[in-house]
Design a protein around this ligand. Structure first.
Ligand code: AMP
Length: 173
């Protein structure tokens, strides 16, 4: 199934110059949603995954679905001040300024084998910060899955040493 056909481009969202890759058009398509999940599961099903960590907010959707299918637990990695219990925080650089993500300190148990999932890999800053926070908590990341990779932004360079997959790659805008 050609999943790329199910992605909608929204120019100048959330700000001018950005082409937003809208996955809601894939998610609402029953065959598309199932196919995306099955493709990722085929890659990770034998890795012994005990936890799936999803990055707020679009990483929660397929992340939760994958966790259920893998019979693993799900961990939300969230924007600041959303999680109620004690957290680990990790800040990372954006083009202008910095951003921060958080995860509950007790989300990971020693020895957890983790799949990290997000909807889209752009510069890789968000995923790298998520890796740092998971590892700080004692998790071992065995795979990072994305639905979409904007390959021209070279986010993989920040994620060297990790096994990475993406279902749809864009080589240019
Ligand atoms: P980055 O840290 O640069 O790899 O950015 C990845 C995060 O930003 C992901 O959580 C994406 O949801 C979001 N993101 C970045 N660029 C886009 C885009 N063009 N369309 C949709 N989401 C994006």
């Amino acid at each position: 199934m050609d999943l790329q056909k199910l992605i909608r481009d929204i120019p100048d969202f959330p700000k001018k110059g950005i082409i937003f890759k809208d996955i809601t058009t894939l998610l609402k398509n029953p065959a598309g949603l199932n196919d995306a999940a099955e493709q990722i599961l085929a890659l990770v099903k034998d890795l012994g995954i005990t936890k799936v960590a999803g990055i707020e907010s679009r990483g929660f959707i397929l992340g939760g679905l994958l966790a259920a299918r893998l019979q693993a637990g799900f961990i939300p990695i969230r924007k600041p001040k959303k999680l109620p219990a004690p957290v680990y925080s990790e800040s990372y650089d954006l083009e202008y300024g910095t951003d921060t993500i958080e995860m509950h300190k007790d989300a990971i148990t020693a020895g957890d084998i983790v799949l990290l999932h997000d909807d889209l890999l752009a510069t890789g800053g968000t995923a790298k910060a998520a890796c740092n926070i998971i590892e700080k908590a004692g998790g071992k990341i065995v795979h990072i899955s994305f639905i979409i990779e904007l390959a021209f932004l070279h986010g993989k360079d920040k994620l060297q040493g990790y096994e990475i997959s993406s279902l749809i790659k864009y080589d240019g805008e």
